[in-house]
Design a protein around this ligand. Structure first.
Ligand code: BGC
Length: 753
């Protein structure tokens, strides 16, 4: 028997009739999946079952050698495939074949408002993962942007549950189409990083279901995600990696999730809860590690020896264990045991093209005005009128694919903004000189997680000297391009902590102000995953939001600045003028209140449903710096009058609005038409409006397209916390159609019968 199995495994796909007859069901591809799982399960010993539900190294868990199931390799995620670390240490393994293409961080993907690009992202990442033999990618992250201080905002898809849902589904589908599992994270309510292991979130059922869960639900139900990662924090006093309500009730029972719940690394704390409350696969629990001399430190995991002993002593039957193993086997069949996987490629041209496209489409033009005496706005740069360009700022020369925590990468290459600009300009013209001034010193760290940063950031000059240099050079320049923003250092856009302040760090603001005194022609390119206070905004004519955009960063930014790419990104979050415009801060809810024993910090989401624009819409006297959904273009669009195919909607019907959109400018461009729904009368409090459909449309100069936007009853529903059901009340609604959450051009009243 043993011999036969080995032969089958080795000769997969070309079984002779005799072999096929003797092929056990679990190896027989013609058998239904669940039958194969049952058969495999029935053959596994207790030890084998215990082994497959916890890690054996930092990023792998064992398969079942005896039966021919290979080990399962996971890896971060979500912006590229993380370089290998040692078997049981966080240090780099030092491989020479694990450099990757760094894709733009997910905030940039969300800013494209283009689900096709999310699909491309997932597919490209999947191919990189396949090449590296990784079967589970730890991502994408879909926690809602609740406060701009959140250290991991850059890894997520913005503040709006609908936008995040539309973007996560194709990402998951694209990735999994390559036979690589998405592990959607961090489920749930991990909306800030400070004290992430100790935060107990208190949130209303409505906010939970209407704001914080929809993207996870979409990833599971529409995307068909094969894995999900439990979050570090607590909900109702129970850690989310073994939380009965979150995992057993909502995820598995209500949503019908048939995949694997994986603990965040070190997020599992208790055997009994892990056994009973829906955790399937334990990773990252702290152990002494192999270097401390234990035979196998992984036996110390909560779901390892302790669980086995409890079963042997009769505390548990194998009911829960079999359920976990069943899910893990399902994951094996979907990934490691999938013989029809496509071929993986690492660093292929197509992956670089994908990274570049996503970066170009995600960059957001926030401001673009005419400087006095000029006839046209400052961007795109009119190179024919320029001789000298000055680039200022550390972020022009700082690698951003390293740092930030677990999403840090070893990119095969990263084109820095300064290099990208120089190379792009020299391909266009020969008469320009590009000079550089450091401007300020931020973080000069030269290596992160063992990955060395290419260019030295060492600097000995004082701030006074740096400012003076920037000002002197700016005097002579035709335009100054300032690369500032945040970076991936601790307390910025970085896992583990939140930002300490909403201000731009280091001396950026002073340097900007000093330059403005001698040269008003300043473009501020902000590199970050979150908004920040921009105190000089009224004086700076052009501002570009350029995110963390991966390997092709410099190329993408240069193409936008010069007009070779017409920007079409839209903000996936509200860019507040100050922190008190954000509900989590205005209500004093963030970061929470420590209990007297100082072990748990309770964070009540006092703003409830009113996150981002939902909060802003209720503040009559306040305006954000830039609203959700906002972004400019180098062309202009005319949005015509919307028509609807009906005025009344039945419970099982839908209603389609059609809006003519014309490119009235002289260059090709894209506009994103956004439809928000407003419930005019309701028994419960509802946000003023909520995004329910959007469509990005690409138009040549002079071209008009009819953009159709369809709603059904689900778009009108709220989560009824009395019944636990989604409910749409018959009555009047409005469709508000525009180009941002502030710029509503059409409003159309309709009725649900
Ligand atoms: C992070 C996860 C990550 C894991 C493995 C954790 O600290 O929260 O997002 O996937 O580490 O690196």
């Amino acid at each position: 028997m043993k011999y036969l199995i080995v032969a089958c495994v080795a000769g997969w796909g070309c079984l002779s009739p005799l072999h096929a007859q003797n092929t056990p069901a679990y190896l027989d591809e013609s058998k239904p999946l669940e039958q194969r799982i049952d058969d495999a399960l029935s053959r596994m010993t207790l030890d084998e079952k215990i082994a497959v539900i916890h890690a054996q190294s930092k990023f792998s868990s064992p398969g079942v050698k005896r039966l021919g199931f290979p080990d399962l390799w996971t890896d971060d995620g979500p912006h590229g495939v993380r370089p290998d670390v040692l078997w049981d240490e966080w240090e780099q393994a030092g491989q020479t074949n694990d450099s990757c293409v760094a894709f733009p961080a997910l905030t940039c993907l969300a800013a494209t408002w283009n689900p096709d690009l999310a699909r491309l992202y997932g597919e490209s990442l999947g191919e990189e993962a396949l090449y590296r033999n990784k079967s589970v990618m730890l991502g994408p992250g879909v926690n809602i942007y609740r406060t701009p201080l959140g250290g991991r905002n850059f890894e997520y898809l913005g503040e709006d549950p609908y936008l995040a849902s539309r973007m996560v589904v194709p990402y998951v589908q694209g990735l999994q189409s390559k036979g690589v599992a998405a592990c959607v994270k961090h489920y749930a309510l991990n909306n800030d990083e400070e004290y992430r292991h100790q935060v107990n979130v208190i949130v209303s059922d409505r906010a939970l279901h209407e704001i914080y869960l929809p993207a996870f639900k979409a990833a599971v139900q529409e995307g068909g995600a094969w894995a999900i990662m439990g979050a570090y924090n607590l909900y109702k006093n129970q850690h989310n990696c073994h939380n009965n309500i979150m995992l057993n009730k909502i995820l598995k029972q209500n949503w019908g999730f048939d995949g694997v719940v994986i603990s965040d690394w070190g997020g599992c704390h208790d055997t009994d809860e892990a056994v009973r409350n829906g955790l399937d696969l334990e990773f990252g629990t702290w152990t002494n590690g192999l270097t401390m001399g234990k035979t196998n430190a992984y036996d110390g995991y909560y779901l390892a020896t302790a669980y086995k002993q409890a079963i042997l002593q009769g505390k548990y039957t194998t009911k829960e264990l079999d359920e976990k193993v069943r899910r893990v086997l399902r994951l094996f069949y979907r990934t490691t045991m999938n013989r029809n996987k496509p071929v993986g490629f690492l660093c292929s041209e197509s992956h670089y093209e994908a990274a570049l496209r996503i970066a170009q489409e995600g960059i957001v033009l926030l401001k673009n005005e005419v400087v006095k005496k000029d006839k046209t706005p400052l961007l795109p740069l009119d190179l024919s009128k320029m001789k000298r360009i000055l680039v200022v700022g550390e972020n022009a020369i700082k690698m951003m694919t390293v740092g930030g925590g677990s999403s840090s990468l070893k990119a095969q290459h990263e084109i820095l903004p300064l290099d990208g600009l120089i190379s792009h300009l020299s391909s266009l013209t020969t008469h320009l000189s590009v000079d550089y001034a450091r401007g300020y010193v931020g973080d000069t760290i030269q290596s992160y997680n063992g990955v060395t940063v290419g260019r030295s950031l060492y600097e000995t000059r004082s701030q006074t000297e740096l400012t003076a240099e920037a000002v002197e050079k700016a005097r002579e320049a035709d335009v100054v391009i300032f690369f500032g923003g945040l970076n991936k250092s601790d307390h910025q856009d970085c896992e583990g902590h939140d930002r300490l302040s909403y201000d731009l760090p280091y001396s950026q603001n002073e340097v900007v102000e000093a330059i403005l005194k001698v040269n008003p022609r300043l473009v501020f390119v902000n590199i970050s995953g979150s908004g920040a206070a921009l105190p000089w905004l009224a004086k700076v004519p052009a501002v570009v939001q350029a995110w963390f955009i991966g390997s092709e960063a410099g190329k993408a930014i240069a193409s936008v600045l010069t007009g070779d790419t017409n920007p079409s990104g839209k903000l996936p979050f509200t860019w507040y003028a100050s922190l008190d415009q954000c509900g989590a801060h205005a209500t004093g809810a963030y970061p929470g209140t420590w209990r007297t024993d100082h072990k748990i910090i309770d964070e009540e989401y006092k703003e409830g449903l009113f996150v981002g624009y939902r909060w802003m819409d209720r503040q009559k006297k306040q305006s954000p710096l830039f609203p959700f959904g906002y972004g400019l273009s180098y062309t202009t669009f005319k949005i015509g009058k919307a028509t609807a195919d009906k005025q009344e909607l039945t419970a099982d019907g839908n209603i389609t609005f059609t809006v003519p959109v014309t490119n009235t400018g002289s260059v090709a461009g894209a506009e994103t038409i956004q439809l928000y729904v407003s419930d005019l009368h309701s028994k419960v409090e509802r946000p003023v409006k909520e995004l329910k459909v959007f469509r990005k449309v690409f138009l040549q100069p002079g071209e008009t397209k009819q953009v159709s936007l369809t709603l059904d009853k689900s778009a009108l529903s709220f989560y009824d916390d009395e019944t636990g059901l989604w409910t749409a009340e018959p009555g009047d609604f409005k469709a508000l159609i525009g180009t941002s959450s502030k710029n509503i051009i059409n409003d159309y009243k309709f009725r649900l019968n």
